[in-house]
Design a protein around this ligand. Structure first.
Ligand code: PLP
Length: 463
């Protein structure tokens, strides 16, 4: 079936019927799709186009992932060439693109890492949990280090283990109960501090809580701590500068591995190549996905520090090898596209661009949105930004969910796609922005202008 950018109405109707009768879509009620009947047919730069020919500025880069922007046709060429040359062989042998990609990642990380390839961010974190446990089995015989300490409201993926590690009740409750090896501690959500304190007089109590938890669980039972440097899904929680260094020091003190989830933060999003680089910490395990290939094909990775990797080496009879295999891990076509994706990022200095364009966007948002009393907080780093909406600034009462949803809908009706945080009753009132790193100033201006009108419209509705 060929679907051109603007199919005739008959073809469009056929696709909609075919989809509704056959496809089970993620996360949203089918009723919503039945209503919108949105069929996406084209995408260029920061803009997507639907089957009616309507264009939208995609201020979410898909699902926080199309970092180099849409429509890079050279990547299609690279995938086709690799498929013609050697479409697939399992990663129990070597292949050129995957070796090159691992080398690129190692260089970006300063040269002390090996990379295990998987297909999604969830799998990258899941493999990270397993690396931490297997490492502990090798290095601490006689101990039973299997627990992961994670944060409230975190999102680390959609498999059962990554959901259990996550802290978003509304994503978890349909699948409970989970195994008990994921222990949660308060997150650095400073605008709504879990302790009701303020930085710096709080002395980053949320970091200290990790040490208290390791002590109470027993250090000989804890394998790792997982953190997303800037928590994205909960509404872009930027931690105080000393939070992650403190967490790292606690991990070192108790020989607990530091597992950093860079699935959204990584590959330029926050204005550095990796989010943790703002804080001078050094992950033992790092999960990457999304921006590694800007979503042109599925590939993701678990990046492992050499001192951890070396624990997996030995004689064949010792059975120390990584005890898992992913059929598509290190897929040559996806790896080849990821290699070029990273080259493009470096050639076009996209992390630096995210820093400067993010600063511009932040200034414009600050200038335009504070006049609306429902603007509670505007925060972020690079092109990862959250705008928290409240009924009034003094009480910080969250804006009603239907009104927050109304802001998202208003923006879409006016040609701009923005996102909304998760985090249940405490944190789902933030509009989130994560546009392609190639977004232009003019597009930033459009985004701000539409958001300004959306908030004005919401305030008027509340009057
Ligand atoms: N980690 C974080 C921080 C994420 O935001 C996501 C997805 O949004 C994941 C992991 C899971 O990635 P995937 O959807 O590719 O499995």
């Amino acid at each position: 079936m060929s679907l051109t950018n603007q199919p005739d109405p008959e073809e469009r109707r056929r696709v909609v019927a075919q989809d509704l009768q056959n496809v089970m879509h993620p996360i949203l009620q089918h009723k919503a799709l039945e209503k919108s009947q949105m069929v996406v047919t084209g995408a260029r730069g920061s803009t997507i186009t639907d089957a009616d020919g309507t264009s939208y500025l995609d201020a979410m880069a898909g699902l926080w992932c199309v970092n180099i922007g849409y429509g890079r046709t050279e990547l299609a060429q690279i995938a086709a060439e690799q498929m013609e040359q050697m479409a697939y062989y399992p990663h129990t042998a070597m292949n050129l693109p995957a070796a090159r990609l691992a080398e690129q990642i190692n260089t970006l990380m300063g040269g002390d890492y090996h990379t295990y390839f998987v297909n999604s961010g969830s799998e990258a974190n899941e493999a990270g949990f397993k690396v931490a446990r297997q490492y502990a089995k090798h290095e601490f015989p006689g101990q039973f280090r299997f627990k992961t300490i994670a944060r409230h409201y975190a999102y680390h993926g959609t498999t059962l283990a990554t959901l259990a590690a996550g802290g978003m009740g509304e994503r978890k409750m349909k699948f409970e109960p989970f195994a008990g090896e994921f222990i949660h501690v308060p997150a650095p959500t400073c605008y709504r501090c879990p302790y009701g304190l303020e930085y710096p007089s709080c002395k980053t109590a949320c970091a200290t809580a990790i040490e208290a938890t390791i002590q109470s669980e027993g250090p000989q039972t804890v394998a790792e701590v997982i953190v997303e440097p800037i928590m994205s899904g909960v509404g872009v929680a930027v931690p105080p500068d000393d939070y992650l260094p403190k967490v790292e020091a606690i991990c070192r003190k108790y020989d607990v591995l530091l597992h950093v989830d860079e699935v959204i933060n990584g590959f330029g999003r926050t204005g550095r190549m990796f989010g943790h680089q703002h804080y001078g910490i050094s992950p033992d395990i790092m999960a990457v996905a999304k921006g590694i290939v800007s979503a042109y094909l599925p590939i993701a990775a678990t990046v492992v520090k050499n001192r951890v990797f070396e624990s997996f080496l030995g004689e064949v009879a010792e059975s120390r090898q990584v005890m898992q295999v992913n059929t598509y891990g290190g897929h040559p076509a996806a790896a080849a596209v990821a290699v070029r994706n990273i080259e493009i990022m470096l050639e076009e200095k996209l992390p630096e661009r995210a820093a400067t364009m993010g600063a511009y966007l932040m200034d414009q948002l600050q200038a335009a949105l504070w006049k609306h009393g429902i603007t509670g907080d505007i925060r972020g780093k690079g092109l990862l930004i959250g705008i928290e909406l409240v009924t009034d600034r003094d009480s910080k009462t969250q804006l009603d969910g239907a009104l927050v949803g109304g802001v998202v809908e208003f923006c879409k009706a006016n040609g701009v796609i923005v996102g909304r945080s998760g985090g249940g009753s405490r944190h789902s009132n933030t509009i989130v922005l994560s546009p392609p790193l190639v977004i232009t100033r003019t597009e930033c201006d459009t985004l701000v202008e539409v958001l300004d009108r959306a908030l004005g419209h919401t305030v008027a509705k509340m009057a």
